[in-house]
Ligand binder design. Structure first.
Ligand SMILES: Cc1ncc(COP(=O)(O)O)c(C=O)c1O
Length: 374
């Protein structure tokens, strides 16, 4: 165990040792972008469901006895909601990413991925037997060069992995340009909508909403994680019949894992209903107002994720601690989650915030920086 102590000591010395903290203060950290995680309708739905259902746990994997009417109903509902031929529900987005990159690309394929894709996709890509090409963040020319390289090596399928809204910078992927490239080079675009679902697109179906309406899922696979704006937990994969059938038959993260609780599936469906309703639209409009305020104070890409880059790890922790002491729940994000020298506060906005919070937070932030510099 001495090596564990050494490792922890190293993290401590670098200002990177993490610990668990209970939520406290105004939420500027969670990914509950629409405030649905605490929505009374979802709480009521949970009570209702449990009162009328026979089991809490699924009791087995989906291919055994764990497949319930709640899972089936959610997947059918989600297929209509996301205009997809079929969908498949996983316990988490992490598991869904593991499944996609293990089951879809073969050893004869190539995966071209953005350097900033989430750790869950990164790890799954790293574990894949396919050839892998990393591309500079959002560099369309870089993607085209990689596609040419893959074409020249006569690999079979080529998969492009991106996020719609990047989790640590809040910027958007150039989806239409990437889709055009996918068409030109006969590739398949895998879009992780973790931070786009519920929030982006004309009706909250994600940044890819218009793309999939126009082109369908022949060349597109989307992942909608359900623990962020959707406010519950899990991951919904949307794709063609063949994609979903392949996952059911060969994705180890799906086959060898107990199904999510039926309650969880039911609540995701209820949440999607809310997201698609006038109430969901009103929440998105309110969020846009908060986003505009934050943009004025802190810049960023004009989305609900605003990086406040501080740079030094220790300084970032000091500023976060100071703000937490003033009642804001904001956390220091440090390497390896973000690149070296870019430790940051990740300001995560929500429709549940009052509109007077950001001006007050901006003042406190300025004070915290001054104190830290003194
Ligand atoms: C871009 C992205 N993909 C996937 C995941 C994993 O999703 P989950 O939290 O449901 O496991 C996350 C979670 O942080 C994420 O940010």
């Amino acid at each position: 165990m001495r090596n564990l102590q050494e490792k922890l000591g190293q993290l401590e010395a670098q200002g990177r040792r993490r610990s668990l903290k209970l939520p406290q203060g105004i939420d500027l950290t969670s990914n509950d972008y629409l405030g649905l995680a605490e929505h009374p309708k979802l709480r009521e739905a949970a009570i209702d469901f449990l009162q009328n259902s026979s089991s809490v746990g699924a009791g087995g994997s989906r291919l055994l006895r764990g497949h319930t009417s709640a899972h089936q109903a959610l997947e059918e509902f989600a297929a209509t909601f996301f205009a997809a031929p079929r969908t498949l529900y996983f316990s988490s987005g992490f598991q869904a990413n593991a499944a996609v990159f293990q089951a879809l690309p073969s050893r004869h394929d190539t995966i071209i991925f953005d350097e900033f894709v989430h750790a869950s996709a990164r790890e799954a890509i790293q574990n894949s037997h396919a050839r892998r090409i990393k591309v500079q963040h959002n560099n369309v020319q870089g993607f085209e060069n990689a596609l040419k390289e893959a074409q020249a090596s006569e690999r079979q399928n080529v998969w492009i992995a991106v996020e719609s809204i990047y989790s640590m910078d809040g910027d958007a992927a150039p989806l239409p340009a990437l889709f055009d490239l996918a068409e030109k080079y006969d590739a398949i675009l895998i879009i992780d909508e973790a931070h786009g679902s519920g929030v982006c697109g004309p009706t909250g179906r994600g940044l890819s909403e218009e793309l999939v309406y126009e082109h369908g899922y022949k060349r597109i696979v989307t992942l909608h994680t359900c623990g962020k704006a959707i406010g519950v937990a899990g991951g919904l994969l949307c794709g063609s019949e063949d994609v979903i059938d392949t996952l059911i038959n060969t994705a180890r993260a799906f086959i060898y894992s107990t199904a999510p609780m039926p309650l969880q599936a039911y609540l995701v469906q209820k949440s999607l209903e809310l997201i698609g309703s006038a109430e969901g639209q009103a929440a998105r409009e309110k969020l846009q107002k908060i986003v505009a305020q934050a943009h004025e104070f802190f810049g960023g890409s004009g989305t609900h994720i605003v990086p406040i880059v501080i740079g030094d790890d220790f300084e970032c922790v000091d500023v976060a601690n100071n703000l937490q002491a003033h009642g804001y729940d904001i956390r220091a994000i440090r390497p390896p989650t973000v690149p070296e020298g870019t430790a940051r506060l990740r300001l995560s906005l929500s429709a549940a915030l009052d509109e007077d919070i950001l001006p007050a937070f901006a003042d406190h932030y300025e004070d915290a920086r001054k104190k830290d510099a003194a």
